[in-house]
Design a protein around this ligand. Sequence first.
Ligand code: F6P
Length: 442
Amino acid sequence: MNTEFSEQLNKLAGNITQSHLRKLFTDDPARAEKFRLSLGGLMFDYSKHLITAEVMRLLVQLAEKSGVKEHTQAMFRGDKINFTEDRAVLHTALRGSTSPSADGKPVAPDITSVLSRMAEFTDKIRTGKMTGSTGKPINTIVNIGIGGSDLGVEMVYEALRFYAHPELTVRFVSNIDPAHISETLKGLNPEQTLFIICSKTFTTQETLSNAKAAQAFLKSRIGSAYNSARHFAAVSAAPEKAAAFGISPELVFPMWDWVGGRYSICSAVGLAQADMESNGKSCAEGKTVNWQTGPVIWGEPGTNGQHSFFQLLHQGTKLIPADFIGFIRPLAPTDDMHDILTAHFFAQQEVLAFGKTAEELRRENEPEALIPYKVMPGNRPSGCLFFDELTPKSLGMLIALYEHKIFVQGVIWKLNSFDQWGVELGKKKAGHILSEIKSGKT
Ligand code: F6P
């Protein structure tokens, strides 16, 4: 990281944490308007972050000095910025926001062709024309994949369920724990079930084991009429491996070497794990770094979080910044449920920022002995992202926004955000231990 700026920013951070968001809002009544952006239906309020105009100025300079613009241009051009794996990083091309070349070949024609094949295939399913081995229409889809080949797809499905086909059942299997697939298959009619094997490499142990279990389920339940071509499709950058598994070539949808698994949501694959797998590194330009490189991220929909882990955010001894993502209009008709949700949405942000002082508690006649327990320190930073409505577009904006945040942080921290050597070592180790288990040594 650029030391000139980090020293200045660290000093300012010290000053702000000793001040208080209450004071910053009182000193500047226009603060909420100053630290707010609007773009295409999104309003981003970052006034409850521990920042001042001076901090913002330095952060922008830090981004400029770190070469965020130049790195972005290199990514968009198709340069091999994932240098430890000698790969381009072009998930942005999947959104149509750029049209670069990879290894000298324009990528847009391939993307357009896969998108139109996907549209044809999904239309066939939605209109009941895709039938299983016994001629009954497919009405259930099970996605088998893990990591980026599961989490992103499931997140989009859960977020946009309102728009889903009412007669299609969609399920997800990822874990190698056999309970996951056996519980998922319970109650499904094999004759009407299609499995999508989603794996960039088509070598991932969990995915292939679950795919084999799915095959066994279909064979045993459908019997002699079973025809695997009617029950399997694949999304993969290794179509020959998918074909070797028995998936018919017209149902293999390619993805490309230049899409990282955790950035594949806009390809035929379909955020959740993207940040920690991207920036969870400690080597910058060949040297071990001495700065934090990325947060631990978790979250919950609706008010679930405040009935579980928010207590730590409010009064814990660790400062944890939070993002709140909300929508003005509900999708489903409600009486006052959306208003209640919105009230909680803003209440949590206010409590985190402004807390509750001993003075305020005394004015409410709180017994003196309880005051130390009920004082809420506040000054806990949060950002608020607010959309008019949850639509595929607003979800796409959120995904692009968070992906770009990860990229910018990676550039500033001088990391390669697109490899994952820690994960790879774990896989190798598991391979050795598995051979030992099988040979009876363990
Ligand atoms: O182990 C990490 C990882 O490579 C992720 O980046 C990826 O999304 C996941 O495994 C699954 O990989 P694949 O799509 O090749 O099965």
